[in-house]
Design a protein around this ligand. Structure first.
Ligand code: GLC
Length: 417
């Protein structure tokens, strides 16, 4: 008899803290959307949005000719950017499988690429020391039962067997997998219909250390706010997934003009670091697998910055509810890191600090001490330079070490948004 949902989730809850330790400290990962849609260059939803008939869309399977092992370029960039893990689309909504599967011929080994792209991806992650995540779309626009499974019980049976078969292969054939990232559970409207407990029990038997996201209609291990770095989730792991341009996950040349700068990315990372969350930032490689040009400079810059300021970002962080006019703070116990995006001038003032006498103030990067005065209600850092000393991205981190954990109590009761 299938394990009940309650019992299953209790078992998942019991092992979560140890399974998720690395993830809770990793903070920053690379999402990769790559598939047949990359050739069209008008979003990964193009098949649906432009109502392209299946037979016509299928032709893209044979014209897709990626260059050898482009994933090494992605993984090299991810590493350079200070990212700790990757998540790649093994099958997006279009239904094309990037691995050599026995469940369908509609796969990379049997068509244009002529090889197992998931294998190459896994190899690249391992070569560059990155944890390995698999994205898998439950929704499938290509499988003949992908839509009718909602109404026809026999079609549902076939489609669930196909889905579970795909997931089983992914969890069996590539060694240790660190993250399973399900997506869109249309058209079945309950975890019972997807047989999600059965599927994820199988996943956990095959990969006991894996962490699973919340998109198979079970809460599982972490939440996935999309398109906004939303820190409202508390008491549970959360990971904001973001495109590189607010337009498309898949390759789209014209979206490049809307792409994020290094400072935009640091802003997102700041919200994650100060609220115990992660940022999964996407790139949509070109059809041949090349990294989109617009991602290279911002990610490289963020990597340089993280190389020097990583202490304020990685590792076990606490929720920080401390701010000042020039930016906000991340916190680890009694140590507070102020991220100064807008330079305050020669003094930096923090109001309303309670319960924490300051022992030391210094620049995180140089370790150089900063003079300060602390009265009951105001902490004043003095003798700061005229302009922001961070020449990488204009975000200088000031480290404050308190004798005990500080709290901030302001007369308006809150900080500005
Ligand atoms: C949405 C979109 C999809 C994208 C995903 C990433 O669910 O349908 O295209 O892969 O978000 O989170």
């Amino acid at each position: 008899m299938a394990k009940s949902k309650k019992k299953y989730m209790e078992a998942v809850d019991r092992t979560r803290a140890s399974r998720m330790k690395w993830w809770n400290e990793a903070r920053f990962g690379m999402f990769v959307h790559w598939g047949l849609y990359s050739q069209v260059g008008r979003q990964e939803w193009v098949m649906n949005v432009e109502s392209i008939p299946v037979k016509k869309y299928e032709k893209l399977a044979d014209t897709w000719k990626p260059k050898p092992r482009p994933m090494r370029q992605w993984a090299r960039l991810a590493k350079k950017a200070g990212m700790k893990y990757m998540v790649m689309t093994t099958k997006h909504h279009e239904g094309f499988c990037l691995w050599d599967t026995e469940q369908t011929d509609y796969n990379a080994a049997k068509h244009g690429p002529g090889r197992d792209l998931v294998r190459e991806y896994v190899d690249a992650c391992r070569e560059f020391g990155l944890k390995v995540g698999f994205y898998y779309s439950l929704m499938d626009w290509h499988h003949p039962d992908g839509a009718r499974c909602a109404k026809d019980p026999k079609a549902r049976r076939r489609f669930i067997d196909f889905t579970h078969g795909c997931v089983r292969e992914l969890m069996t054939n590539y060694g240790k997998i660190d993250i399973l990232w399900h997506d869109v559970s249309w058209p079945l409207d309950s975890p019972e219909k997807w047989e999600s407990v059965k599927m994820n029990t199988m996943v956990r038997q095959l990969q006991p250390h894996i962490i699973i996201n919340d998109r198979s209609q079970l809460d599982e291990d972490f939440s996935t706010p999309e398109g906004q770095v939303d820190p409202s989730e508390t008491g549970r792991g959360w990971e904001a997934c973001m495109t590189f341009n607010d337009v498309s996950w898949g390759y789209m040349p014209s979206a490049a003009i809307d792409s994020h700068t290094a400072r935009d990315i640091l802003k997102m990372l700041f919200t994650a670091a100060s609220n115990q969350g992660n940022l999964l930032l996407n790139i949509g490689p070109a059809p041949d697998g090349s990294v989109p040009e617009e991602a290279v400079e911002p990610l490289t810059t963020v990597g340089k910055w993280l190389h020097e300021n990583g202490e304020a970002v990685y590792g076990k962080v606490d929720r920080a509810r401390i701010g000042m006019a020039a930016g906000g703070a991340s916190r680890k116990g009694r140590t507070v890191y102020f991220w100064c995006r807008c330079w305050p001038g020669d003094e930096l003032v923090v109001g309303g600090l309670r319960g924490g006498r300051l022992k030391k103030a210094s620049y995180l990067v140089s370790g150089k001490p900063i003079k300060f005065e602390q009265t009951k209600n105001r902490l004043v850092l003095k003798g700061l330079p005229k302009t922001n000393p961070d020449k990488i991205a204009g975000v200088c981190v000031i480290k404050l070490e308190f004798k005990s954990e500080p709290r901030q109590i302001l007369s308006a009761g809150c900080l500005p948004n």
